[in-house]
Design a protein around this ligand. Structure first.
Ligand SMILES: Cc1ncc(COP(=O)(O)O)c(C=O)c1O
Length: 390
């Protein structure tokens, strides 16, 4: 398997390269994209083979294999993370965000508060607000160059606000932390003290780098949280053909959520998604190992390049996810000028930090699930743009 080249000989309608979307988001379509969190890489061969098999049958009668899918996910979690899951606790939904939106509506009333840890995946605050709930921020803090949870602030917020749900991002997009078990345990004990339910988005759980291991929120509390074990989307680069799963150990809560999901018919997968998911979790392991090793080389190349060529730009330690979080504050540029430099001079679309938190304008998120040559060109473009501006 080679991750060095991308297929570009077909007509692409990918969001990340759509000129109208780029113009709307970045003010220019003349940019190379590193913003949206999907992959340039072709999927693992067993997934592609399964999709071809279904396509070539030319018969698309109603078809489900929900049990087969959950069985594959349970086996994957056991083998990959040593985690024992119960097939009966899963609820299928059409996507992870759909699952969170439903969970929030089930667990809270209009005007209740939902707590998030900023900077965090920007759709979180959108889905809370569009449900008529209020966002309470518990900002992460930078301690010795690394993001940590602020438990004192968390307790203050749980005490003083009307928080009913903590929406956890585990591993955390965009800052790349993989939460340790002790951190999750501290969060769980506060959640229990203030009677708050944790909803844990774990979509990035399989992209974990050497020296770290993934802990689901279930490792700290196996009974109460709703853990979004996720979907194959991020792990296997299946963003346009995947659905999502909630894992709800509490039977009453699960039955309530199932009822809502089923009443809206949101549990209907399609054959492509179902069989590609089964193939991914059953046979995608070797491909994923190779992909993670490839990304580790990319991260190490970026570290060296920044040290040698651009010491004023810092990259936070990347423990998981294929996003890197870059600190441009060493350039001493106002936020707007930084964005202009990157878009107009370096001709790159990274994700501005302000998408994730108003106070993070000096940071940018970069998706590194691309061939190393593309990443190298991007950093050379950043260096040239900076030298040109000085
Ligand atoms: C933390 C997180 N949750 C959810 C999603 C989107 O999931 P889905 O496309 O299944 O709704 C993303 C995509 O970037 C993400 O980073």
């Amino acid at each position: 398997m080679s991750f060095d080249t991308v297929k570009d000989d077909f007509e692409q309608k990918f969001v990340k390269e759509n000129p109208q979307i780029l113009k709307h988001m970045f003010g220019s379509s003349d940019v190379t994209s590193f913003w949206i969190a999907d992959m340039d890489f072709p999927v693992a061969p067993p997934i592609a083979d399964e999709l071809k098999r279904i396509a070539e049958r030319s018969v698309y009668a109603y078809e489900f294999d929900t049990n087969g899918m959950f069985k594959a996910i349970v086996a994957w979690n056991k083998a990959r993370h040593g985690q024992t899951l119960d097939r009966k606790a899963f609820v299928q939904v059409t996507g992870v965000l759909t699952g969170i939106a439903i969970a929030i509506r089930e667990l809270t009333e209009v005007n209740d508060d939902v707590l998030i840890q900023t900077p965090v995946y920007h759709q979180f605050s959108k889905l809370i607000k569009t449900a008529g709930r209020k966002v309470i921020e518990n900002p992460l803090q930078i301690v010795d160059g690394k993001y940590e949870m602020d438990f004192e602030d968390l307790e203050v917020k749980l005490q003083s606000e009307n928080v009913k749900v903590i929406l956890l991002c585990n591993p955390h997009n965009p800052i790349g932390r993989v939460w340790r078990k002790e951190e999750l345990q501290r969060m769980v004990s506060l959640a229990q003290k203030y009677n708050v339910t944790i909803v844990s988005d774990e979509i990035h759980s399989d992209i974990i780098y050497a020296g770290h291991s993934f802990n689901s929120i279930l490792s700290a509390d196996s009974e109460n949280p709703i853990a979004l074990i996720g979907s194959p989307a991020k792990t296997f680069g299946m963003q346009s053909i995947s659905d999502g799963f909630l894992y709800i150990p509490n039977e009453t809560l699960r039955e309530n959520i199932k009822e809502t999901v089923e009443s809206m018919y949101l549990n209907h997968g399609n054959a492509f998604t179902t069989f590609a998911t089964i193939a991914a979790f059953k046979e995608g392991g070797p491909w994923l190992d190779e992909m993670i090793a490839y990304l580790e080389k990319t991260i190490s190349w970026i570290q060296t390049y920044l040290k040698e060529e651009l010491p004023m730009i810092k990259m936070f330690p990347v423990e998981g996810t294929y996003q890197v979080w870059l600190d441009f504050s060493g350039l001493n540029l106002p936020e707007k000028e930084l964005n202009t430099l990157l878009v107009e001079k370096a001709k790159l679309a990274l994700t501005p930090g302000s998408w994730f938190d108003k106070g993070s304008g000096q940071y940018q998120r970069m998706n590194i699930a691309s061939p190393l040559s593309k990443i190298q060109s991007a950093f050379n473009q950043i260096r040239a743009a900076i030298h040109e501006s000085i």
